[in-house]
Ligand binder design. Sequence first.
Ligand code: PEP
Ligand code: MG
Length: 935
Amino acid sequence: MAKYVYFFGAGKAEGKREMKELLGGKGANLAEMANLGLPVPPGFTATTEVCRKYYELGEEKLFKLVEPEIKKNLARLEKLTGKTFGRGPKPLLVSVRSGAAVSMPGMMDTVLNLGITSETIDALIELAGNERFVWDAYRRFMQMFGDVVMRVPREEFEHALDGVKKKYNRQLDTQLTTDELKKVVESYRRIYRKHTGEEFPDDAMAQLRRSMGAVFGSWNNPRAVTYRQLHDIRGLLGTAVNVQTMVFGNMGEKCGTGVAFTRDPSTGQNKYFYGEYLMNAQGEDVVAGIRTPQQISRQGSREWARNNGISEKERRANYPSLEELMPKCFKELDRIRARLEKHYREMQDVEFTIEDGKLHMLQTRAGKRTAAAAVKIASDMVKEKLISTEDAVARVEPGTLDQLLHPVFEPKAEAAAKQLARGLPASPGAATGQVVFSAEEAERWAEMGRTVILVRIETSPEDIGGMAVAKGILTARGGMTSHAAVVARGMGTCCVAGAGDVVIDYKSKTMHVNGVHVKEGDWISLNGSTGVLYEGKIDTIEPRLTGAFATIMQWADKYRRLGVRANADTPHDAATAVRFGAEGIGLCRTEHMFFEGDRIISFRRLILVADTVKRLRLDLAQADGEEKKKIEKQLAAPLKQYNRALRELLPLQRKDFIGIFKALKGRPCTIRLLDPPLHEFLPHDEAGQRGMAKTMGLDAKRVKELVESLHEFNPMLGHRGCRLGITYPEVSAMQVRAIVEAALKVKGSKPEIMIPLAGHVKELALQKQVALDTIEAVKKEQKLKKLPFPVCIGTMIEVPRAAITADEIAEEADFFSFGTNDLTQMGCGFSRDDAGKFLGDYVREGIYDYDPFQVLDRGGVGKLMEMACRLGRSTSPKLKLGICGEHGGEPKSVEFCHQVGLDYVSCSPYRVPIARLAAAHAVLAEKRSKRKKSK
Ligand code: PEP
Ligand code: MG
């Protein structure tokens, strides 16, 4: 027969720590502590399987099934404590608490002091020797039971309590007398009756049954469901329910309650015992924030007093540590701390209660910690020989490293700041600055030494200069792979994208956010890690990448198989990437180079005549005689301009690549030929078009016509990527020449030429030929027999057709790099820039588990990748495989890349450490699953 309930107490337990899935974290660890002989109030745990049955059978049928076991365990509890439940001279009171396999603090329900009835109350008063305490416990129980079990509005109870306090002129709950508390109980009864149509239950077993049902029910309350979604908690049966003998921290001056950590959860320090407690209080009082909790250790208490400007005299008088106030209890707790850490080999977060000078342990679990604390604790524990380097690497969550790589807000200042809106956490970090609404203003203000936040409806490549100088970027539209998001991540600039509540008016240089009016020059703050926009300035803290962080990264590198490269397009970004441990560049986007300084003029000059040159050349090829001469004449001027632009661009590009090769110091560099549609290089507003016309000595109408002629209804599927190179091979040739000439100038360079957006092998073959011809020409000019580096030409896999025909494509390619931004766009059919509007709904509805632009869609896009890897390697076994879409820095996607056998991932420089650690985790997870299988 299935076992639904597990007992713990008196130095032993039926459960143990390994049974988390079944007993929940709290239940499994209470059992473990009992087995260790620690002072745990006895009790029992109804399993998560019971929770599953609760949803399958409903409350009534469930209790028919499990009540015999509950009663049997209650009887054991009665025997062990010498108390009786719901009757007798020594009534037993219990707590009913939730506890899933993964901790979900505060999300589910709890009922305390259960078992007080009209039959037990007198005996309890006799037993406690304190009438007031028992009536206070009763009113707390009624309030919790009413709220949690029967959904009686909490405010009603609070109003009633306030009413009695007011009537008797009491400021604090603790000042209420016994008679006044009895009055509170009376009004609680009335409220309960009014809302439920029945009397408050006076039978302890009925109280227990309903409370347990309510706690099981709280597994699916909206709070808990949202929490699981936010923290990606999946695949659990439900919550277990722990029924435990009550111990009271609020029964007098020799009582107290607190929470403690075996090491400091914010820094990882292990200098003294970290934790807080309150005398004469119940757990809820510690969290309620009405009284100031005191520190557990003397040293901690002194530090706390110093930080809060409290004198030693005042501290000792009003806020003494537990160490000073109850040295015996402190010593015992300190011994338990050491014992638990050694036993669990992990930092623990414990809850305890002291009743009448006796210590009771109510909970232990792996403590939540900041990323800084996680790396310090993991590396310290290796030094202390508590864990292996493998454990240490596995214990640091890759995603949390973000906290260490960017400036963050000072936590207290952030908590106090006013939130204006929420967008997507597009690029992590924290930024505070003055609002500007255009890239030009951003550059101008930055030159004057101001710190700016660039606010745009959305950004485009022409904003690059402003984006580069901005401390932070905020957009009202766009998703996680929108231009703003991708570029900001690449630069390591904090960005909140797609904040739909932000209404921007460029004309008046203002924005409205949920009733708040913000104008140019006003201060705002962005948290790019959470997506929150704040009003005003918030202080920030800079990151440090040495010490424990560096140690963990070195260990991670020992385990990983995947290479890690970076997406970087400037020498500065390349150097940052190398500093973060990148082994090369996996994607150098060349388009941004066309915007800098005067080169945009040259490129615009080329765009202006490109179409005419192309058309006339085609006509010329078909013409002869007079017609031919006429066309040649027509072609002469535009062609001159076209070639001049290319000549001007060549040395500039070459210089860019020289800088990047130098920064890479011999590491490989994949350089992608021009990708965006040409219209992105032209100004779209009237002022910009007038400016361009003036610079080029043209009529503004001509510029407007040009912009209109390049307009595309669906530019992402339009004339971009290698399609540009097919139409204008001279542009590809110029870029290849610049790459090769630069590589020849910097010893040790390893250039890799990447053709974007190919969907058909012939596109690649044509572009490859252009590259090979150019290389031959350079060799000839420089009288070289051979280049000092291998000529590596590959392609991006971004179009589903490319993945499907990867066997053919591989015959022309030395490498594939999965451009999963576009592959997701075209594979799922979601516009990268617009899908943000509805993808939230898709995730909420569970259609996709995650936004597929953030976490690789294994079931769809992943299958395309698997197919492309398999097909590609079938015709070209040595084909090198990588990824350079944004997924290359996302831990779950990195794991998938490891599983499908890619050679490397490439991501923005600031995500390189995350990818390194995630790649190590992928190996460790594989090892674990192999070990499991072999067992
Ligand atoms: C991609 O599509 O994944 C990619 C890396 O290219 P881009 O984001 O520049 O389109
Ligand atoms: Mg792409």
